[in-house]
Design a protein around this ligand. Structure first.
Ligand SMILES: CC/C=C\CC/C=C/CC(=O)SCCNC(=O)CCNC(=O)[C@H](O)C(C)(C)COP(=O)(O)OP(=O)(O)OC[C@H]1O[C@@H](n2cnc3c(N)ncnc32)[C@H](O)[C@@H]1OP(=O)(O)O
Length: 338
């Protein structure tokens, strides 16, 4: 494809994503108004309504939870072409399956859709969220590399801002989040699973990890912070430098995932884990999560623009573009040779 037609396609896609992003910002504002967003994404303050929620008496909380359960019997489904989202009306647990062939790579449109769906599930009062994949052997291949290779700068900035947004929403989510990792989960795929409260991975010839150095790129600080919070400093130090992709057994041994089970048992294991987590009073659980995660969230929330500028200036360097081009070509070559 010529550069001119690529740049025209980029402009069209950006216009589309801006449109959906406007809808998304509009939705977010409504949600903040309803007090359903746990914290502002512009600053790190817990919202007044969220603080008020945390001060509710157990009785009031229970009656609110019953009201939420009633609401679920009325509303239970949501879907778009990149995601298959369903809600179990009796438990209030949503299942979001990524279905973007061939490898669930995170493009700007996919990330925007993920943000919109997270907001919607949250505002619908879902208590739990299972993130999985409809594609066999793939959880997610991480970021869509073509978004970063020979990019249009405006789109590249929007892409990174939307990735930040998704990470902020998921890492601090009020919902109980469980990753059902039934396939490969490199780089951004690993990041998304690490944002969850619990990870169940299928056993077999799969890999998970932050492999950015293998592409000649550097995982940004909030990626590495998330890894450190998951596996500890020393393991993260080795893993990040080596771009280590762990087998399921290696991942469970270092705490990168919490359970490894046969593929056919992943769904049942996720379900029983979710049932256990649902027994914990939700406000106490969420505030405990935020106590530990807020400093990590704050670090990015206070430096979002700087982080975007760093990303753009790094990714657009000639040497980095060359590495990305070679990596993409090797991927394509490998795929063709199959
Ligand atoms: C300052 C900060 C700076 C920078 C930070 C940037 C952070 C980046 C984080 C990331 O997430 S970078 C992405 C890293 N991802 C990977 O390295 C994964 C690469 N993919 C694979 O290893 C494999 O595809 C797989 C193990 C996930 C699946 O293997 P398999 O099922 O055998 O599929 P294929 O390899 O045949 O791939 C099918 C098809 O998909 C294309 N593809 C794969 N991954 C990506 C991707 N991440 N982005 C775009 N395209 C991807 C692959 O080229 C094939 O395409 P064809 O057209 O040739 O069929």
């Amino acid at each position: 494809m010529s550069m001119a037609s690529k740049s025209m396609l980029n402009a069209q896609a950006l216009a589309r994503s801006r449109l959906s992003y406007r809808c998304y910002n509009h939705l977010s504002k409504i949600h903040v108004g309803l007090g359903s967003t746990p914290y502002s994404t512009k600053n790190s303050k817990v919202t007044a309504s969220h603080q008020a929620h945390s001060l509710l008496s157990p009785c009031k909380l229970l009656s609110q939870q019953k009201a939420t359960a009633r609401k679920f019997s009325q509303r239970s489904l949501g879907q778009d072409n990149l995601l298959d989202v369903s809600v179990d009306s009796s438990s209030g647990v949503a299942t979001l399956k990524m279905q973007k062939p061939p490898v669930n790579s995170f493009s700007l449109e996919f990330l925007t859709s993920l943000c919109i769906n997270l907001d919607k599930l949250h505002s619908d009062g879902c208590r739990g969220l299972v993130i999985g994949s409809s594609l066999p052997k793939i959880f997610s291949a991480g970021l869509e590399i073509t978004e970063m290779y020979q990019p249009d700068e405006a789109r590249l900035r929007e892409f990174w801002r939307t990735l930040q947004e998704f990470w902020i929403k998921l890492y601090g989510s009020q919902m109980i989040t469980i990753a059902a990792i039934t396939g490969h989960s490199p780089a951004g795929g690993c990041l998304v699973s690490m944002c969850c409260d619990h990870r169940v991975m299928a056993d077999g010839k799969l890999t998970i990890g932050l492999n950015e150095t293998l592409l000649g790129i550097v995982a940004p600080r909030w990626f590495s912070d998330t890894l450190i919070n998951t596996v500890g400093h020393r393991e993260a130090e080795r893993a990040l430098q080596l771009g280590k992709l762990y087998s399921p057994q290696e991942a469970v041994a270092v705490g990168l995932v919490d359970q490894v089970v046969p593929l056919e048992s992943v769904a049942a294991t996720v379900e029983s884990t979710m049932a256990q987590w649902l027994k914990i009073p939700s406000h106490a659980r969420h505030l405990s999560k935020l106590q530990l995660r807020q400093p990590t969230l704050d670090r990015l929330l206070h430096t979002r623009q700087e982080d975007i500028d760093n990303f753009v200036s790094f990714i657009t360097k000639e040497s980095i573009q060359k590495s990305l081009g070679m990596y993409l070509a090797a991927l394509k070559q490998r795929s063709k040779a199959k």
